[in-house]
Structures are given as structure tokens and as C-alpha cells.
Design a protein around this ligand. Structure first.
Ligand code: F6P
Length: 545
């Protein structure tokens, strides 16, 4: 069942060398690394397209960085990247290729799966999607009473929600008049809040489910359908319901007419699917031109990832640094801090992308791994995050490497606010690295009116140890293209880490058990059966009855 290299990273030569190097250098601070190496920025800044990526504020020297690169070479990363892009079935446990990159392929060179060029099929589907979106946006597409569409509800969960929702929010500046909403949770109250002020005559429902079997999405779609049919005739479904799925039989059974079905392929994973027809809501919100911009940006990053030497390859470098902290420093989590409100949903989106992909504990050899894998991802937009959890990053006991993402220019051009925003971005990365020593604190307290005794007591609380690692990802401005590149950058970082950790990043068996048990428990709640449970579960079931 092997289509990818199968190498336990801890048995690679570079791993051993990294352990030794870690022991030798782990006590050297980032500040000292700067002092020891006047050329540090030469290798730790990557300028690519409109990206400026500075990874110099990390606890690693050039030798350590080179060893990480060696680890990547030894792991067989290069051939793994080639396998992914050429359509090899690298999602072995699901027997699928992983080709979301084909959706944004710039080269347009044929990609063959079982003899068929997937690009030609994609072209047709894309044309259908663009023409539909143009019709809805322009008002050519009418609701059943002849009114134009004003509201769109995306019904989906996980990858069928998080990606589209995050991109629609991120590209708000480029949005048209359509009001986009996202119905994901099976919770009835969420459902009610989304539909309570909707007019069925002017609303379009986009049901998005790769499998068309997901309980939450089908429950929501069925309830919406019932709500709609209380207010409109059956024939009106054709004007107000469309579906995105690989399961065209089930969508047809739901009552969606064939021309309203936007197919997707099984070689596009749910959490990597916003580039496919799953992005229909994005395309409706910003129009095909901007959607194309998103694809173009992702495609450019794909090429950068495929063609750039490891040491200047942004996703690879970020992945290696993350492995350095995860596997050598024992860091458990990483923070993602976008300095723009537009990207406030990026951490939640990346939580699925990263944690569903790399939250695995069995190696590609089928044996439980003997090292740490997937990192915990969290974060929020800056500067809000500074007033929420930065205290813990600055002065807590845990090591939390953080990605700072910012844009040189704001979209509306307010210089005053933008300067303040970027001042905070830069000042935070500097403060996290340098901290504030007791000597500095005492110096600051010198002019204070406190008594010497008070000064001595307060001083330790004002010390910042510093030496907290950050990556600065600075981009010219937030455009569909630069957003596409940013998302693609993180997608590839995921894959690199999966390859080095010798795990399969593109399956998600870990979400299945909960789904199975939820069905059994639901039968118990509804009195249809009585499954065997533990004492705690039985008591919980009693408590809700
Ligand atoms: O949570 C598991 C999962 O399979 C995700 O990977 C996927 O994005 C989500 O459920 C939704 O699945 P579907 O699009 O098939 O409804």
C-alpha cells in the first residue's frame, strides 16, 4: 500500500544530528543568534512575489537550519511533492489521488487519472459554475416569483463551510450586493437565526457536501427544504436550491435538478476543496473574476512550492521550523495571528486544515509513531489578540511559536490606522524576541515614585524573558491573488510536515467514531433503541430526558 516514502524520521541521519545540535544550542537565545551571525538575514528572509517572509526570529542557527533541510532531503520530500502533483494516489488509506492543485493549475499540462485528463473535465465544470454565478449576480437568474436573488445560504460543514466562509469574510472588500450566510451546525437555534429574516422568494440555498451523507448538512438541508415548501410550490425548488457534491445520485434523490448540481471529484479533499465547486459561495460573493484571482494566487504558490530549492521554499521552511519546535523543543501549539480583521476566520479554517490532516498517530508503515506529530493551532486577529491571550505568550510557561501575517497597505488607504496596526505587528515580534530584562525593568523604575521596597517587589513581575519565536509574513495587500497564495502556502506546509512525520495527511478516520456513536445515541434519545453505554453516558442520557 506504499506510494510515498516510508521513513521513520527518527531513524534518519539528520534526526540524530539535530538532536545533538539541539542539545548544543537550545540555550542560545534568538538575540544571541543575531549577535553571532551578522549575515543571519541573508538566509532567513525569503522574498517571493508580493510576500516578504522573515523567519530570522527563531531559536535556530544556520547549522540547525541546514540540518532541517537535510532532514527534508533524507525524508524523500522531493519525490513526494512530485507524486502529489502528478496525480499518484498518495491518499493511500482512501485509495485516492490528491489533486486540489489541479484546480488552480497554471501550466495546463494534462494531469492524467486512470487515463483521463482531469483538467478538461474541470474546465467544463468551472464554466458552468461561472455562468451560474454571473446569472445570479446580474439578476438574470430569478426566484420562482420572478424576483432577483438577494441572499445566499451555504449549507455545509467542515471543509464544505470553513473554507468558503473564511474566504468570503476575507474578501469582503471585493464583495458584491449578495448577502452570504453560512449554515453549518446541526443546532436548531443556529438554523433559526440564519433563516428567521429570509425571504424564500429571493434566497438561494447552496447545499455543499462532498459525500452528501453528512448528518448536520442533510438535517439542515431537509429542514430548510420543508421551511421553503411551506412557503412555495415544489416546482420552485429548481429556482432556489443548488448542490455541490461528488454524490450526484444522492443530490438527485434530494430533489435537486441535474442542471443545478455542481459536481466535484473525489480527489479533492474536503478541507482542500474551496478551489473547486465547493467555492461556489465564494464565486457568488465576489464574482468569477476574483475567484479566478484566488486560483491564480494559489497556482503561483504551487509552482513556487514545486520548483524552488528547499532553503528558499516558503511552505517547506515554515514546515521545518514547526517540526523543530514540535519535535525538539517539545512545543505543543502554534499561534496564527493575522493583523487584519478580514482574516479573523483564518485560524479556525487552519485548525481543520492542519489538525484534521496531521492529527495522526500511526505511521505510513501502519505502526504507531514514537514521536510527536500534529501541532495544535489557535489564534485570532491582531491587535485584538494582544488584548486577549498575548499575556500567556509573553510571560506564560509555554513555548508558543507564532506566525504573524500582515499587509503593507490597507484596502481603504487609511494611513494613520495602518501605521498603528503595523507598528503593533512589528513591535510585538520584537518584544517577543527581546523581552525585557530585570536590569531594564529596574532602570525604568528608577524614576518612579514608588519606595525602593515597592520597586524591588514589583520588578520580577515586569520582566519578560523574551526569546519567543515568530515568523513574519508580510504581504503587499490583501487581494484575491495574495489570499490564494497564502492559503496554498499553509496547505503545502501541512503536506511537508505529514511527509516528514511519515503519516498520511489526506485521510480523516479520526472523525468517524463520533459520527457512528452520535447515530446510536440519537436512536436512544428518540426511544428507538437502547444501546449499551457506560455509567456516565447513561446518566447523561437520563439528564437530558
Ligand atoms: O469532519 C469530517 C469531514 O469529513 C470533513 O473532512 C469534511 O470537510 C466534512 O466532514 C464535511 O463533509 P461533507 O462535505 O462530505 O459533508
Amino acid at each position: 500500500m506504499q506510494t510515498l516514502p516510508n521513513k521513520n524520521p527518527t531513524q534518519l541521519k539528520a534526526w540524530d544530528a539535530l538532536i545533538k545540535h539541539f542539545k548544543k544550542t537550545s540555550q542560545i537565545s534568538i538575540e544571541e543568534h543575531f549577535k553571532n551571525d551578522s549575515n543571519r538575514l541573508d538566509y532567513s528572509v525569503i522574498r517571493w512575489d508580493d510576500f516578504y517572509v522573515d523567519f530570522s526570529k527563531n531559536r535556530i542557527d544556520k547549522k540547525g537550519f541546514d540540518l532541517l533541510l537535510q532532514l527534508a532531503e533524507e525524508s524523500g520530500l522531493k519525490s513526494a511533492i512530485d507524486s502529489q502533483f502528478s496525480g499518484v494516489k498518495i491518499n493511500v488509506t482512501e485509495n485516492r489521488a490528491v489533486l486540489h492543485t489541479a484546480l488552480r493549475s497554471i501550466k495546463k499540462e494534462p494531469i492524467l487519472i486512470e487515463g483521463e485528463n482531469v483538467l478538461s473535465v474541470l474546465d467544463e465544470t468551472q464554466k458552468k459554475m461561472y455562468s451560474f454565478c454571473n446569472d445570479v449576480i446580474s439578476g438574470t437568474w430569478k426566484g420562482h416569483t420572478g424576483k432577483t436573488i438577494t441572499h445566499v445560504v451555504n449549507i455545509g460543514i467542515g471543509g464544505s463551510d470553513l473554507g468558503p466562509a473564511m474566504v468570503v469574510e476575507s474578501l469582503k472588500y471585493y464583495k458584491n450586493h449578495l448577502d452570504l450566510r453560512f449554515l453549518s451546525n446541526v443546532e436548531g437555534d443556529h438554523h433559526q437565526e440564519i433563516i428567521k429574516d429570509l425571504d424564500p422568494e429571493t434566497t438561494l440555498f447552496v447545499i455543499v457536501s462532498k459525500t452528501f451523507t453528512t448528518q448536520e448538512t442533510l438535517s439542515n438541508a431537509n429542514s430548510i427544504r420543508a421551511w421553503f415548501l411551506n412557503r412555495a410550490p415544489e416546482s420552485a425548488i429548481a429556482n432556489h436550491f443548488v448542490a455541490v457534491s461528488t454524490n450526484t445520485q444522492k443530490t438527485a434523490a434530494f430533489g435537486i435538478s441535474p442542471e443545478n448540481i455542481f459536481p466535484m471529484n473525489d480527489w479533492v479533499g474536503g478541507r482542500f476543496s474551496l478551489w473547486s465547486t465547493v467555492g461556489l459561495s465564494i464565486c457568488l460573493a465576489v464574482g468569477p473574476k476574483h475567484f479566478e484571482g484566488l486560483l491564480e494566487g494559489a497556482g503561483k504558490m504551487d509552482r513556487h512550492f514545486q520548483e524552488t530549492p528547499f532553503e528558499k521554499n516558503i511552505p517547506i521552511v515554515l514546515a521545518l521550523l514547526s517540526i523543530w519546535y514540535n519535535n525538539f523543543y517539545g512545543a505543543e501549539s502554534e499561534a496564527i495571528i493575522p493583523y487584519t480583521q478580514y482574516l479573523r476566520n483564518l485560524p479556525a479554517y487552519l485548525q481543520q486544515g492542519i489538525m484534521e490532516s496531521n492529527g495522526k498517530s500511526v505511521g505510513r508503515d501502519g505502526i504507531p509513531v514514537n514521536y510527536q506529530t500534529g501541532t495544535i493551532i489557535w489564534g485570532a486577529s491582531g491587535t485584538n489578540a494582544q488584548h486577549a491571550f498575548f499575556q500567556l505568550i509573553h510571560q506564560g510557561t509555554k513555548l508558543i511559536p507564532a506566525d504573524f501575517i500582515g499587509y503593507k497597505k490597507s484596502l481603504y488607504g487609511n494611513k494613520d490606522h495602518q501605521n498603528k496596526l503595523l507598528a503593533n505587528f512589528i513591535a510585538q515580534t520584537e518584544a517577543l524576541m527581546n523581552g525585557k530584562s530585570l536590569t531594564q525593568v529596574n532602570e525604568e523604575l528608577r524614576t518612579s515614585e514608588m519606595s525602593p521596597d515597592q520597586k524591588e517587589k514589583i520588578a520580577p513581575f515586569k520582566v519578560f524573558k523574551g526569546n519567543k519565536p515568530t515568523n513574519s509574513i508580510l504581504i503587499d495587500s490583501l487581494t484575491p491573488t495574495s489570499l490564494g497564495a497564502l492559503i496554498s502556502m499553509y496547505e503545502h506546509k501541512i503536506y511537508v510536515q505529514g511527509i516528514l512525520w511519515n503519516i498520511y495527511s489526506y485521510d480523516q478516520w479520526g472523525v468517524e467514531l463520533g459520527k457512528q456513536l452520535a447515530s446510536a445515541v440519537l436512536e436512544d434519545i428518540e426511544g428507538m433503541s437502547s444501546h449499551k453505554h457506560d455509567a456516565s453516558t447513561i446518566a447523561l442520557l437520563k439528564a437530558i430526558s
